[in-house]
Design a protein around this ligand. Structure first.
Ligand code: ZLM
Ligand code: CA
Ligand code: ZN
Length: 412
């Protein structure tokens, strides 16, 4: 009825474990794993499970996580809970990792930038250890499907946590599943291109590969001296001039596309297709990792762009058209229903040769139809038009200048 087909010779695998849905970062913390429940409900409602192979994720092993992260940090993460936090903080080798206190810090930070204060970006919560190793396990299983040639596209919406550093949590991210995946891919693929359409700069991934010419990182993000509230937009890095670590072989293998607030569909498409197209031509990747953070959508609680779900999906389509092995990951996304809409649509694009799902959500087949009914919840539409709530700061001449600068960067 909804035109779900399984194209011959094109395999998509979907990696997930429902246990991640039950996690709570804190009462008003913006990161809501519940968005993954909504995504799953839409995916099942549209029958997309028949168009791909679904795999139940298992937790990553400690040794796998150590291929990038500091062993002390991994050990801490594997043992931490609200009950064990204070005790672990007394262990001398963990105490060494408490960050220096800065003036104006609103919360007390413990080792590795973790905290039990409810106001922290990276709180310690019940079941956290399980959650972290599960989303990482899902990304590594998805990666394995690609590297062993068993899937053409592999999806993990619970992954894509691009801010985590070697021995520090940052910006709602604890284990950098993306870095672990790319490290694994480098055993098989000569070159890996990482593309990041989350509204935040993919700083953790860029930093991890800043000396690695076999990995090119390309992030599109909100960037500017100050945001609406007079603060720097998180994490405050990713300027146009940031092109990898100067004086190392990694120089020229990081690209950043800083963007002002309120960018619209047409402008975003112009930037994305010009820069991504040129990057693919110049770098000739053997595989691509696409982080699809949905906080770049209009109406996001934390984002400041005005792009609609169809344009967000066009980025997936554009990358898919290369025909290269493709790992699709989630990331940010703080208006839960829209995250679910975008990721369901993108799951369909991955499986279905660019055919769009019906705008009418099959409410009779969705487990909790009320979640998508009524005016406040989008009137049963998959592609509601977002009201433009951010002033468009982007001017054409400036976008052209950025494309030109990045094009020159790609000539190295
Ligand atoms: N304070 N609660 C994107 C990561 C964005 C750093 C300012 C903490 C929040 C935010 C936390 C419940 C991805 C910063 C913020 C408040 C220092 C950020 C807890 C609201 C709350 O209500 C909140 C009390 C919290 C955090 C808002 N944090 C908004 N923006 C950013 C991190 C992650 O999407 O890229 C990938 C998943 N942090 O701006 C502060 C500077 C900590
Ligand atoms: Ca980004
Ligand atoms: Zn984000």
């Amino acid at each position: 009825e909804y035109g779900i087909t399984r194209p011959k010779g094109h395999k998509v695998s979907f990696h997930y474990n429902s246990t991640v849905e039950d996690m709570h970062f804190g009462k008003t913390h913006p990161m809501k794993p519940w968005r993954l429940t909504l995504t799953k409900h839409l995916v099942l409602g549209y029958g997309l499970q028949y168009a791909m192979d679904t795999y139940e994720a298992v937790a990553a092993g400690i040794d796998q996580v150590r291929t990038f992260h500091d062993p002390d940090y991994v050990e801490f993460l594997s043992q931490v809970s609200p009950q064990t936090f204070d005790k672990l903080c007394q262990v001398p080798r963990f105490r060494n990792h408490v960050p220096a206190k800065h003036e104006g810090d609103s919360v007390d930070l413990g080792p590795f930038n973790l905290s039990t204060s409810p106001g922290a970006d990276c709180p310690v919560f019940d079941g956290m250890s399980k959650y972290l190793f599960l989303y990482t396990g899902a990304t590594l299983a998805a990666t394995n499907q690609l590297t062993t040639n068993q899937s053409d596209i592999a999806i993990n919406w619970s992954g894509g946590l691009h801010h985590a550093h070697k021995s520090e949590a940052s910006g709602f991210c604890y284990i950098n599943d993306i870095v672990l995946s790319i490290i694994d891919m480098l055993r098989i693929y000569p070159r890996v291109l990482y593309i990041d359409i989350d509204v935040h700069h993919g700083d953790g991934v860029e930093e991890a590969f800043q000396r690695q010419p076999r990995v090119m990182t390309l992030s599109y993000h909100r960037y500017g001296p100050y945001d609406d509230t007079g603060h720097k937009f998180f994490p405050g890095t990713g300027d146009l001039s940031d092109v990898g670590l100067k004086g190392t072989v990694g120089e020229h293998f990081a690209l950043n596309v800083p963007i002002g607030s309120g960018i619209d569909d047409r402008q975003y498409r112009y930037l994305f297709e010009s820069v991504t197209g040129k990057a693919i031509d110049a770098f000739k990747p053997s595989a691509i990792v696409l982080q699809c953070g949905a906080d770049s959508l209009g109406g996001d609680r934390l984002g400041q762009f005005n792009i609609n779900i169809k344009q967000h999906g066009e980025c997936v389509n554009f990358v898919k058209k290369t025909g290269l092995p493709l790992l699709i990951l989630g990331g940010g996304g703080y208006t839960a229903r829209n995250v679910a809409r975008a990721w369901c649509h993108e799951t369909a694009l991955a499986t279905n040769n660019g055919a769009h799902l019906s705008d009418k959500i099959p409410l009779d087949l969705v487990p909790r139809p009320e979640a998508f009914m009524g005016r406040a919840h989008g009137d049963g539409q998959l592609f509601p038009k977002f009201q433009k709530d951010h002033r468009n700061e982007c001017v054409e001449s400036d976008l052209e200048m950025k494309v030109k600068k990045l094009d020159e960067e790609l000539k190295y």
